[in-house]
Design a protein around this ligand. Structure first.
Ligand SMILES: CC(C)(COP(=O)(O)OP(=O)(O)OC[C@H]1O[C@@H](n2cnc3c(N)ncnc32)[C@H](O)[C@@H]1OP(=O)(O)O)[C@@H](O)C(=O)NCCC(=O)NCCS
Length: 121
């Protein structure tokens, strides 16, 4: 399930976000975490099963909720966790915002949407 980021999850969140291709170094990672902690328009969620296995961020811009920073622990990939995180995030925001993706997450989110559409046929 999705849970909200809090300071006590900082290390695990930074570990997960470090897998994002656009995250260049530790300073960049700290800036991203600081934005999630301080900017009310940026929300970070973690995916928790027995352990915390993934992270997904959202940036709200007027009527849009932009999904960004999607990452799953490498030992738990290709098991559908990424897709479940996207679906849960979409469901959380969809009544209030147009949910979309940033450049880095676009192709994965398109893939998730295609799979959801075909499973509803
Ligand atoms: C992208 C990521 C979150 C997917 O998590 P996951 O839990 O493995 O995802 P799922 O198990 O739900 O889906 C796996 C499928 O997504 C595909 N996929 C992975 N990354 C993708 C991408 N960037 N674009 C499109 N499809 C992608 C896989 O090839 C796999 O396809 P298949 O089912 O046809 O074999 C994970 O690979 C990750 O953390 N990558 C590093 C961070 C990253 O690159 N983030 C930017 C992209 S979101």
């Amino acid at each position: 399930m999705l849970i909200r980021y809090k300071k006590s999850f900082e290390k695990i969140a930074m570990g997960l976000l470090s897998f994002m291709p656009e995250v260049s170094d530790v300073r960049n990672l700290q800036e991203i975490i600081k934005e999630y902690e301080g900017n009310p328009d940026w929300q970070l969620f973690l995916w928790k099963e027995e352990d915390i296995l993934g992270a997904v961020g959202v940036r709200v811009e007027s009527d849009r909720a932009v999904i960004q920073h999607v990452s799953v622990n490498p030992s738990h990939r290709n098991l559908g966790i990424g897709r479940k995180m996207i679906q849960s995030t979409r469901n959380f925001y969809k009544n209030q915002y147009n949910v979309c993706a940033d450049v880095a997450t676009e192709s994965f989110i398109e893939k998730c949407d295609e799979e959801s559409a075909s499973s509803q046929l």
